[in-house]
Design a protein around this ligand. Structure first.
Ligand SMILES: [Zn+2]
Ligand SMILES: [Zn+2]
Length: 384
């Protein structure tokens, strides 16, 4: 008689409150960080207004009104000064207040919120400073609110360990947007032979919602296999291991990824979108959905999704993908829908349980440089 395997013993994750890193009202740390962030973003925004050809993204520029955003910039600059002044009064974090005020004063000196807005000569390669500012403000407002209102781990702090590393990745991924798009377009051009005008016409004749569902499924199929290859082909794993090296998940954690993975993922997902040729409305809906879902699934949130969790990839589903516990290794590859993990037998979703441990089974280098070089160092180590 064969002995039955013992069921896996799930454990509850314990998160201790890191009092040194936590924000407390009245200390000046909150106002200090707000002053620095608003001052830094204001300075970046002013630079983007001064050099739009080099510091803004052609695609994104079409979606916002640069003159109206100068009002937002105005409030950002004054609030940076206001929070800087509060930090001075509260004394303990005066240095943060000084940095915030200094950044804002430089922004004022460069023209502030009154830099004239005119036509922009588009450059093929530019830095997505506008994309970085808008994505940071939007993500911080939506997802940090969600993490505060409905946290999965209440004791996990905003400035958790290694947040600086992930903040760097966040900035890099957004600033490099036009380089990523150029690479992705170059990659898709290799698939010109497979374009079918009649297929694209049939796709475009569908209602937008069906086009959206169609491209969601097609993109997820590609993302599933691309992701699975990164896990299961030994030579590719060190590149993807960088994304898995994060040990505390939150809205910023999903930004961590080796640049090779970031570029190849975007290039691969463009192929089905290019071949299906959906309408602009469906494509925009997909891009917005994918961007929000990618951040949401890494969030530290216990938000309930009801029956939707049987259809869409949710935080619980993707948190299991980041677990270093045995039953969850190499599972939950999908990015949008649970469909392909369910279909190909790689799904791990134990009802109410969440992971007790995140990260890789082997230790990974800390910091951007060590992680960027990791595919090389791992290869050298292996050959020794
Ligand atoms: Zn993975
Ligand atoms: Zn992830």
């Amino acid at each position: 008689m064969c002995k039955k395997d013992k069921p896996y013993q799930y454990q509850e994750r314990q998160v201790e409150l890191d009092t040194d890193r936590a924000f407390r009202l009245g200390e000046g740390k909150i106002s200090g960080y707000l002053s620095v962030i608003l001052g830094g973003l204001s300075l970046l925004a002013v630079l983007a207004y001064l050099f739009p050809s080099y510091l803004t993204t052609t695609e994104l520029r079409k979606t916002y009104d640069a003159e109206s955003l100068q009002h937002v910039l105005k409030y950002g600059m004054y609030f940076s000064l206001f929070f800087g002044a509060i930090t001075h009064l509260l004394k303990r974090y005066r240095r943060l207040g000084c940095i915030g005020i200094l950044l804002t004063l430089v922004a004022f000196a460069l023209g502030g919120y009154t830099v004239p807005v005119g036509p922009v000569e588009p450059k093929e390669l530019s830095l997505g400073v506008d994309w970085l500012i808008l994505a940071f403000l939007g993500s911080a407002a939506i997802f940090m609110t969600l993490e505060k209102l409905l946290p999965k781990y209440k004791n996990q702090v905003i400035l958790r360990k290694e947040w600086e590393t992930d903040f760097f990745y966040f900035c890099f991924n957004h600033l490099a947007i036009s380089a990523i798009l150029i690479y992705a377009n170059y990659h898709t051009s290799h698939f010109d032979w497979a374009v079918s005008a009649s297929l694209q016409e049939s796709v475009q004749s569908l209602p937008v919602i069906f086009q959206f569902v169609l491209i969601l499924i097609a993109a997820d199929f590609v993302l599933y296999w691309e992701h699975r290859l990164f896990h299961e082909v030994k030579a590719l794993w060190p590149v993807h291991a960088v994304h898995h090296s994060v040990e505390e998940l939150d809205w910023l954690a999903g930004s961590r990824g080796h640049f090779i993975q970031v570029f190849s993922e975007r290039a691969m997902v463009m192929v089905p979108l290019y071949l299906l040729g959906p309408s602009e409305a469906a494509l925009n809906a997909y891009v917005a959905f994918a961007a929000l879902q990618a951040v949401l699934i890494h969030c530290n949130t216990r938000m309930h999704f009801g029956v939707l969790k049987y259809i869409f990839v949710t935080p619980q589903f993707h948190h299991w993908h980041h677990s270093s516990e045995k039953p969850a290794i190499d599972t939950n590859y999908s990015a949008h829908l649970v469909l392909f993990d369910w279909l190909f037998g790689t799904m791990h979703m134990p009802k109410q349980h969440w992971p007790a441990k995140y990260g890789t089974t082997k230790p990974m280098p800390k910091g951007v440089i060590g992680q960027t070089l990791y595919p090389l160092t791992a290869l050298i180590k292996k050959q020794k």
